[in-house]
Design a protein around this ligand. Structure first.
Ligand code: IPM
Ligand code: MN
Length: 345
């Protein structure tokens, strides 16, 4: 019989609440013969306060023994900014070589968005996940003086850019519209930007069916709002992708619906699935968090592991649940229950 060894990192704030619903829906959608074995990891703000640890090596090793990781959210106002982000979330993405940060955007029915009524919005951002300005390459000089200097160097390797660009072409080639847009800022960031464009054009020779386009990131933000239908697959660097995907979430139904996968396409390490949103400490514990982004992340997880039919069932359940939503407020758990019922039924 089949099994899924799933590592679970609920993390901070609403992470706990939304992950519980993700697991509920996973349990409901999987066929009887698939055994879901979960192992929960106590990582995040609580752990750091208790022990000073963010992600000890032993846990990193143990996480490797899984088919995938489900993560809720990381970050808490009681922990200085950067400690958990760098020491836990980014450490996982880097250690497990999650070079494809996959962030789909679809306009679901009945969602509160300035773009309501434009169902043709269906694109996916392939955000590079291991390089760019996220590597911690930089430093400070003369700290605390009026002459302080800080650098944050964006690291881009031909190897790193080519592999993510290639992945994006593969995804574009597999979609009906077969369109790939590179987003960068090569009119200013001439070193990295020109390398990205050169590699984008070179790899494109191997995908004659894929139509390509290039946009500067500032222009791309305009089109995200005024003409989002023009996008199919977008490939971009780590920081541009971070910003663009929050914008994408906001214009296509809100951050409560945006799912993501931190993917290592080679399978050398487990891939990790998480909602795009953060730990939302302001609503933690109130039952107000929408677990839909986490539930949609479990669909990405299942698809990554080859459970395509189950992934589709989750996405259909979400679409149906959103279509049926009215003004009646529902708790995190009630939305999870409704989705679990739909995928089982
Ligand atoms: C995200 C988050 C993270 C990022 C932070 C928390 C490090 O904003 O997943 O988009 O910048 O990648
Ligand atoms: Mn972000």
């Amino acid at each position: 019989s089949r099994s899924i060894r799933l590592a679970v990192i609920p993390g901070d704030g609403i992470g706990q609440e939304v992950v519980a619903q993700g697991l509920k829906v996973l349990g409901a959608v999987l066929p009887q013969d698939v055994k879901l074995e979960t192992k929960e990891y106590d990582l995040g703000a609580r752990r750091w306060h208790a022990t000073g640890e963010t992600l000890p090596d032993a846990e990193l090793e143990s996480l490797k023994e899984h088919d995938a990781i489900l993560l809720g959210a990381i970050g808490d106002p009681s922990v200085p900014s950067g400690i958990l982000e760098r020491g836990l979330l980014l450490k996982l993405r880097f250690a497990f070589d999650h070079y494809v940060n996959l962030r789909p955007s679809k306009l679901f029915p009945n969602t509160a968005t300035p773009l309501a009524g434009r169902p043709e919005i269906d694109f996916v951002v392939v955000r590079e996940g291991t390089e760019g300005p996220y590597t911690g390459n930089g430093g400070s000089l003369r700290t605390g003086t009026p002459h302080e200097v800080a650098t944050e160097v964006s690291l881009n390797t031909a190897y790193g850019v080519e592999r993510v660009v290639r992945d994006a072409y593969e995804r574009a080639d597999a979609r009906p519209r077969k369109k790939l847009t590179l987003v960068h800022k090569n009119n200013v960031l001439v070193h990295a930007g020109h390398m990205w464009k050169k590699i984008f054009d070179a790899v494109g020779e191997e995908y004659p069916e894929v139509t390509t386009d290039y946009l500067h990131v500032d222009a791309a933000t305009i089109f995200f709002v005024t003409q989002p239908e023009r996008f199919d697959v977008i490939v971009t660097d780590n920081l541009f992708g971070d910003i663009l995907t929050d914008l994408a979430a906001a214009v296509t139904g809100g951050i409560g619906l945006a799912a993501s996968g931190n993917i290592n396409p080679t399978g050398a390490f487990p891939s990790m699935f998480e909602p795009v949103h953060g730990s939302a400490p302001d609503i933690a514990g109130t039952g107000k968090a929408d677990p839909t982004a986490t539930v949609l992340s479990t669909a990405l997880l299942l698809r990554h592991l080859g459970y395509d039919a189950e992934a589709a069932r989750i996405e259909e359940a979400v679409a149906a649940d959103l279509a049926a939503r009215d003004e009646t407020p529902r708790t995190t758990g009630e939305i999870g229950d409704a989705l679990a019922t739909r995928v089982a039924g």
